[in-house]
Design a protein around this ligand. Sequence first.
Ligand SMILES: Cc1ncc(COP(=O)(O)O)c(C=O)c1O
Length: 365
Amino acid sequence: MSYDPRPGMSVQEIDTPALILDLDDLEYNLQTMSRFFAGKAVGLRPHSKTHKCPQIAQRQLEAGAIGITCAKLGEAEVMARAGIQNILIANQVTGAVKLDRLADLARTCNLTVAVDDAEGVRQLGETCRAAGVKVGVLVEVNIGMGRCGVEPDEPALRLARQVLDQPGLVFEGLMGYEGHLVLIPDLQERTEKVAAAIGLLQSSKDLLERHGIPVRIVSGGGTGTYDLTAGCAPITEIQAGSYVFMDATYANIRPEFRVSMTMLTSVVSRPEPKHIVVDAGLKTITKEFGLPTLLGVAGSMRYLSEEHAVIDLAEPDAVQLKAGDKVFMLPSHCCTTTNLHDVLHVVRGGKLVDLWPVAARGHSQ
Ligand SMILES: Cc1ncc(COP(=O)(O)O)c(C=O)c1O
């Protein structure tokens, strides 16, 4: 019997391990975010690293997003090929091979990229000038995460001036990602720390403007901070990504969104009554934010190996599960889990309605 997933098929018939996307819950999240941004001067530019799926990016734009954010050049190429017109690569793109690709990409869409280094700016600017294209640039500022970014104020001003010296580049503004704050459980503490971090973007913007450099865009924010960051004066764009799917980690921080993506797994073994083994391991679900959660069955996950999850049942006598039965799991981190899959099984009311390729998955170059 050949397996041919078709619309109308029950979710329980989908082969495993499989990512299941509930369309009602996805639409709920899109609408919830869209309602938050409606009528505000700040725009939403969702981070597509969460889904890597053009069908979802299109729905985000239809729901009012002003453009799409990508992490990687390869992801941006996939989104542009799918017709997405306005793309921010919220990371540095370096090296001759990628810079040539970036210049080619700039011929097909309105492209903006982050920079944090004078030599990087020179090479990017030279490549764009030689190719006859213009690329928008945001100077990334380190606002406390300690990942990329120049230091606030004078270093940001210096780099902005270097961007302005490059005829192939258009200085658009500043970017700062407060990733070290997005999971702070206490709302007051998160709010205060976000205000202080975004204050560094404000002082940098003020300094640039005092030197006659207009700052049109100030971009930042994630799912844990979108509303707090959007409320800070200099911000013009928010880069939240995970809100579309949610996961066990963000569910505690952001109850206004629903979990829309889960993983369907099959029991492959029940070697003794008190533990089951399912067919999703490290090659299909990630664990850097903690082990996945089993849904609808009381138990605790012991560990993941490459292709197995071993689960201790809390009440073995009450659980009828046997090999071949299906169980849902909730990832602890939706973004890295999605990247392990080719396709999202889109369901509504328990029935398959579509298959959406995770087209940019693995496009890490
Ligand atoms: C540059 C940047 N912006 C925004 C985000 C926000 O993503 P999320 O909404 O998934 O927290 C991330 C997350 O990694 C990021 O790296």
